[in-house]
Design a protein around this ligand. Structure first.
Ligand code: G1P
Length: 285
């Protein structure tokens, strides 16, 4: 079985839910405490053994490239003042570790992943959506890579959601279940609650076989008039093993303002340097 070395980060979205903050700044650069969202996803991928990070971007996202570049003036000034560069850990990858592909038109998540096909070639790969901030030990993708080594095929991360929320997610028709692993018998993108096959939702982490690129190449528009990754994956069920992995940890939906603020509070309460002040504020609120 081939090791998962490459990960695709579809980060071309406009982030309209966070306007005006995201008018000129990519939503993936919104910080939770002191790390931008994209960095949480990159750190999680690195922990899972990912060696090549493929950013599928769009116009207006160049701040993300700068974030993962050397900042010569900053680093030189910090070194001159005898300051540690530890705060920059994870932001200075080796040359060639990060590759950027442009998604010229916002045609959907499936299209964004397909834009990376030439860099993926013929090996299995991971997809991480930075809006889903996953906190756990080991990290979410590492848990999935461990499951992949047993199961192979295609894997999605899954989580039970409220019945009233099925229209926000890809939803699984579940088959046999064993511990954290659920066999995927069907997948549908954003079904209304009354037609949803279950409440088991697709969360933004995937391990996929390279054949999905061919499927995506011929994928028709789906929900919302977009080329959906979920629809392409649904077509692969039965051809390759397909499982959901329920993450042992906590997910914060940072694509949503409430989820984003919750993530900020939760991670702040986990930080010894700032937790006392935040806790005192919450106790008095
Ligand atoms: C995307 C996927 C959806 C998945 C979700 C997870 O939707 O299309 O299947 O459940 O991510 O966060 P989006 O949130 O981009 O609308």
């Amino acid at each position: 079985m081939r090791k998962i070395r490459k990960a695709v980060f579809p980060i071309g979205g406009l982030g309209t839910r966070f306007l005006p903050a995201t008018k000129s700044m990519p939503k993936e650069m919104l910080p939770v405490v002191d790390r931008p969202l994209i960095q949480y996803a990159v750190d999680e991928a690195r922990e899972a053994g990912i060696e090549q990070f493929i950013f599928v971007t769009s116009r207006g996202k160049s701040l993300i490239e700068d974030h993962f570049d050397h900042a010569f003036e900053l680093e030189e000034a910090m070194a001159r003042r005898g300051k540690s560069l530890a705060a920059l850990d994870g932001t200075r990858p080796s040359p060639g570790d990060i590759a950027i592909v442009r998604q010229q038109e916002p045609l959907g998540l499936g299209h964004a992943v397909w834009c990376a096909r030439r860099l993926i070639g013929d090996e299995p790969f991971a997809v991480l959506l930075p809006d889903d901030l996953m906190v756990g030990e080991p990290g979410c993708l590492k848990q999935m890579v461990d499951a992949y080594e047993e199961l192979g095929g295609n894997l999605i991360c899954t989580e039970e959601v409220a019945a009233s929320d099925t229209h926000k997610y890809g939803i699984v028709t579940p088959g046999a279940q064993a511990g954290a692993i659920t066999e995927v018998k069907g997948l549908v993108e954003k079904p209304a609650p009354d037609v949803a096959p279950s409440r088991l939702a697709v969360i933004g982490r995937y391990i996929l076989q390279p054949e999905v690129m061919n499927v995506l190449g011929s994928q028709e528009e789906g929900a919302g008039g977009e080329i959906q990754l979920t629809d392409a994956l649904a077509r692969m069920i039965g051809q390759q093993p397909f499982h959901g992995v329920t993450f042992a940890g906590k997910r914060y939906d940072c694509g949503d303002k409430g989820g984003f603020v919750t993530a900020t509070l939760a991670l702040a309460l986990d930080r010894p340097d700032i937790a006392p002040a935040v806790r005192a504020f919450l106790a008095a609120a």
